[in-house]
Design a binder for this molecule. Structure first.
Ligand SMILES: [Fe+2]
Ligand SMILES: [Fe+2]
Length: 322
C-alpha cells in the first residue's frame, strides 16, 4: 500500500502566506497556522459575544418605548443584534469551536466582549445615542473587516454592516427628533452623549503602542487598520454629525487640525477602560448574570430540539407502518 506524500509544513505555510499576499480568502478547509486560527477564534468570539451582550442595554427599554413606532424600531434593532451574534458563532464553528463552548466560556467570564456594553442605559435618549455612536463606531470597525482574510468572517461582516447602518440611522433620527422637541428633551440627549462619548472612543481598543496583537493581526490580514487609525476616522465622521444635531461632544481638546486634515482630540481614560475590561465596569456582573440566566432558562428548548431531532432521524421502518 502506498501512502500519498504529505506536503510539509513549510510548503503549507508558503501556500497560506501567498493567499494572504494576494488578498485572497482563507477558507475553513484550507491549512492555516495554529496562531491564525486561535487569533480568529478569539476575535470572532469576542465579536459574537458583543452582539449578544449588546442586546441587553437597549433591551432594557423595549417595554418602556414611548410609542408603538419606537417600540417596533427598537425590537427590530435588538433582534438584528441576535442575528449578528448567530452569524458570528457560525463563522467560529467553521474553525472547529462550537457555539456551546463559546457560550460556556462567556458565562464563566473566560472570554471578553466589548467594554461599551458594561455601561448602563439611563434614559430613552440612550437608545438614540447607542445607535448613533456605538453602532457608528461598530461600522468604522467592521467595514474594513468585510475584507478580512478569513472567508466566513468577511462574508458575515458584509451583511452585518448593512444592518449596522440602519441601526446608526435609527439612532440619529431618534436624537434629531428629540433635539427638535422640548428643552428637557434636548437636555436628555446632551446628558446621554456626555456619558457615551468617551466609552465609544474606547471601543476601538487601547492605543496602538499598547496593542500587542495588532501587528500580527495586520500581517495575517485579519485586521486592516490600527485602533488609533479607526478611532481617528470615527471622530472625523462624528464631529459634523454632532454639529448637525446641535449637541456638544464633551472634549475641550477636540479641534480641527488643518495641517493633518483631521481632528485633534483628548485622551480617553485608559485606566477606566482597563477596569471595565477586567470586569469592574458599572454593569459587568449584571450583564453576565443576565446572560447566564437566559442560557439556563433556555435549557428546556435545547433539550426539546434535541429530542425532536433524534425522533425525526429514526429509521423509517420504526416510525411508519407498512
Ligand atoms: Fe450588530
Ligand atoms: Fe447594531
Amino acid at each position: 500500500m502506498t501512502v500519498s506524500p504529505q506536503p510539509d509544513e513549510r510548503e503549507l505555510l508558503e501556500a497560506f502566506e501567498s493567499t494572504i499576499d494576494r488578498n485572497d480568502r482563507i477558507e475553513p478547509r484550507d491549512w492555516m497556522p495554529e496562531g491564525y486560527r486561535k487569533t480568529l477564534v478569539r476575535q470572532i468570539a469576542q465579536h459574537a459575544h458583543s452582539e449578544i451582550i449588546g442586546m441587553q442595554p437597549e433591551g432594557n427599554w423595549i417595554t418602556r418605548a414611548p410609542s408603538l413606532r419606537r417600540k417596533a424600531i427598537l425590537l427590530a434593532k435588538v433582534q438584528d443584534e441576535a442575528g449578528h451574534g448567530l452569524y458570528l458563532y457560525s463563522a467560529c464553528e467553521t474553525l472547529g469551536t462550537s457555539r456551546t463552548e463559546l457560550t460556556e466560556k462567556l458565562i464563566a467570564g473566560a472570554q471578553k466582549y466589548s467594554s461599551i456594553f458594561n455601561y448602563p442605559t439611563l434614559s430613552y435618549a440612550d437608545v438614540g445615542t447607542i445607535g448613533w455612536l456605538v453602532d457608528g463606531a461598530a461600522i468604522c470597525n467592521q467595514v474594513p473587516l468585510c475584507r478580512t482574510s478569513f472567508g466566513p468572517y468577511g462574508r458575515a461582516m458584509i451583511r452585518v454592516c448593512k444592518e449596522e447602518s440602519f441601526h446608526q440611522r435609527q439612532g440619529y433620527e431618534l436624537l434629531m427628533t428629540m433635539m427638535r422637541g422640548t428643552d428637557e428633551q434636548r437636555a436628555m440627549v446632551q446628558e446621554s452623549v456626555d456619558r457615551f462619548w468617551w466609552p465609544s472612543l474606547m471601543m476601538f481598543g487601547p492605543p496602538d503602542d499598547d496593542s500587542p496583537n495588532t501587528a500580527q493581526s495586520m500581517a495575517w490580514g485579519i485586521k486592516r487598520n490600527t485602533n488609533d487609525d479607526l478611532r481617528q476616522r470615527f471622530v472625523d465622521m462624528t464631529v459634523p454629525q454632532a454639529k448637525a444635531l446641535g449637541v456638544t461632544l464633551p472634549d475641550p481638546d477636540l479641534v480641527w487640525n488643518e495641517e493633518r486634515r483631521a481632528h485633534d482630540f483628548g485622551t480617553p481614560d485608559w485606566a477606566e477602560f482597563q477596569q471595565v475590561i477586567k470586569g469592574n465596569g458599572p454593569c459587568n456582573a449584571q450583564r453576565i448574570a443576565h446572560r447566564r440566566k437566559a442560557h439556563e432558562d433556555g435549557a428546556w428548548v435545547r433539550e426539546a430540539a434535541m429530542a425532536f431531532a433524534a425522533r425525526t432521524h429514526e429509521p423509517e421502518e420504526t416510525t411508519h407502518d407498512r
